[in-house]
Design a protein around this ligand. Structure first.
Ligand SMILES: Cc1cc2nc3c(=O)[nH]c(=O)nc-3n(C[C@H](O)[C@H](O)[C@H](O)COP(=O)(O)OP(=O)(O)OC[C@H]3O[C@@H](n4cnc5c(N)ncnc54)[C@H](O)[C@@H]3O)c2cc1C
Ligand SMILES: *[C@@H]1O[C@H](CO)[C@@H](O)[C@H](O)[C@H]1NC(C)=O
Length: 436
């Protein structure tokens, strides 16, 4: 019996459990998910899942369920608009070739869907009130100690415990990095705004210097997810900089966005009274995601916390879980010819496939925020009207590779060309570190 302990039951940890179960159904494995909270739950806000994530949801057989709770797009994917009069800067249509779905959802509904699937499939045992506080390498095992004093052992520990990951902290000493923006997030019933604003089914971003306002429909187009970004120097945060989840006030949002187009003002008017106030953080790219001879691996925000400007964090976490599942599948297949380092090689393969792509998403996500708010180097010093065409050219094809790349193909290529899981190819080239 191969025991897998997943630390953290967020979107990344639960998706990984489902993926490993899906790919390794023939293996003699036991998966346990250890979540620190008393319940499996998420905040009341939306999450964008692009075509890359939607494809993985489909591969795991969850598309039908996800489709029911997703916002549905019309003929366009998203639209960039002037903040002052709402005029169109750029609208990106859904490509006519290939089947590409977006699945924007309410985070809590998506998490519930994953929990239900884990339970229905018997994919993993879900534990609550288990806050990982300590890891220890003991020969061929890892031992995990929780804040309640209990300890479990596992053959593989997966750190899916988010941006403040305890698993990461055991191996890496770094700090979260301020993302230069304060974000207000809230929800708005679409029935409330139908008359004052013709609700578009796509995602809309109103761009202003130093601010941008994002909306997209979730919950089968019943609810509009609202995310309002304000560039804010670190010094201005004061006490708030230590806090991760604050209650915001609608009056603050109104004040910050008072110069925006009438549609934006109407939405603010109708959104819930107490938006969440979020201070953005990400992390520097990490060189290594796998530790203790392959007995520990990081995924999702624990491995590559990123700014949300490409709506890609959850999708990247899902790609991690998906590829981990495939690497473990190949590892179990190779077990007939046992080799000392094969788990380490499998985790190295996982990392080699996922690391360059996730780090590129992480790095370009920061840059995307600067483009939306006309603060990128390319538009520095230009006035608003002159900056827009430059920004437009930077936005036109921005998401193509994130949404379109075939990660199964990438996995196959890496596996077939540079790795043999059953071999001892541990001294392959070190993973490149890209600094932001
Ligand atoms: C403002 C904002 C907007 C975003 N919008 C989008 C978007 O539109 N699209 C998108 O794809 N992504 C978005 N993201 C990013 C996305 O939310 C994350 O990338 C994604 O949720 C990562 O999932 P995760 O499971 O790795 O981490 P998390 O969701 O943080 O889950 C970690 C889990 O681990 C638990 N945990 C933590 N520590 C411990 C411990 N020591 N022991 C046990 N359990 C522990 C936590 O309670 C939590 O349940 C956004 C992020 C922000 C900040
Ligand atoms: C990848 O390899 C698997 C076998 O491991 C195969 O079934 C699949 O078709 C391949 N996919 C692609 C996209 O090459």
């Amino acid at each position: 019996m191969f025991r897998i302990a997943i630390i953290g039951g967020g979107l990344g940890g639960l998706f990984a459990a489902l993926s490993i179960h899906h790919h390794c159904s023939s293996g003699d494995i036991q998966i346990d998910v250890y979540e620190q909270a008393a319940q499996y739950k998420e905040i009341g806000a939306g999450v964008a899942i692009g075509p890359n994530g939607a494809k993985l949801i489909e591969k795991l057989g969850l598309l039908e369920e996800a489709w029911k709770i997703a916002g549905k797009r019309g003929k366009d994917w998203f639209s960039f608009r002037r903040y002052d009069n709402g005029a169109e800067i750029l609208t990106v249509p859904i490509p006519e070739t290939g089947r590409m779905l977006q699945l924007p959802m309410h985070r809590a509904e998506f998490l519930d869907l994953l929990v239900r699937a884990v339970v229905a499939r018997g994919a993993a045992t879900l534990h609550t009130n288990k806050q990982c506080s300590k890891l220890e390498e003991r020969g061929n095992d890892m031992s995990v100690t929780f804040a309640d004093g209990t300890t479990v052992t596992a053959d593989l520990v997966i750190g899916a415990d988010g941006i403040h990951s305890a698993v990461r902290r055991h191996y890496v000493n770094d700090n979260a990095r301020y993302g230069d923006m304060v974000v207000y997030r809230g929800l708005c019933a679409i029935s409330e705004i139908k008359d004052i604003w013709p609700v578009h089914t796509y995602a809309t971003i109103w761009m202003a210097p130093g601010k941008h306002f994002l909306t997209f429909p979730i919950c089968d187009n019943q609810v509009l997810n609202v995310v309002a970004f304000v560039s804010t120097p670190l010094e201005k945060l004061g006490q708030a900089k230590e806090s991760w989840t604050l209650a915001g006030k609608k009056s603050e949002v109104k004040e910050e966005f008072k110069e925006f187009a009438p549609a934006v003002l109407s939405i603010i008017d109708k959104m819930d009274a107490n938006p969440l106030k979020w201070i953005l953080y990400d992390r520097e790219p990490l060189a290594q995601w796998s530790f203790s001879g392959g007995k520990v691996a990081l995924l999702g925000d624990a491995a590559h916390a990123m700014c949300p400007h490409q709506g890609a964090g959850a999708g990247q976490a899902m790609e991690d879980g998906y590829i981990l599942g495939r690497a473990l599948h190949d590892y179990f297949q190779a077990l007939d010819t046992p080799q000392e380092h094969s788990l380490a090689a499998a985790m190295q393969l996982y990392q080699s496939v996922r690391h360059p792509r996730a780090v590129r998403v992480q790095t370009t996500s920061r840059q995307a925020g600067d483009v939306y708010e006309l603060q990128a180097a390319e538009v520095a010093g230009l006035n608003y009207d002159d900056a827009l065409p430059v920004a437009k050219s930077m936005l036109e094809n921005r998401m193509k590779w994130i949404w379109g790349d075939d990660i199964d193909q990438a996995y196959n290529d890496t596996r077939d060309h540079s790795f043999q899981i059953q071999g001892r190819h541990l001294d392959s080239d070190p993973v490149p570190v890209i600094s932001c």
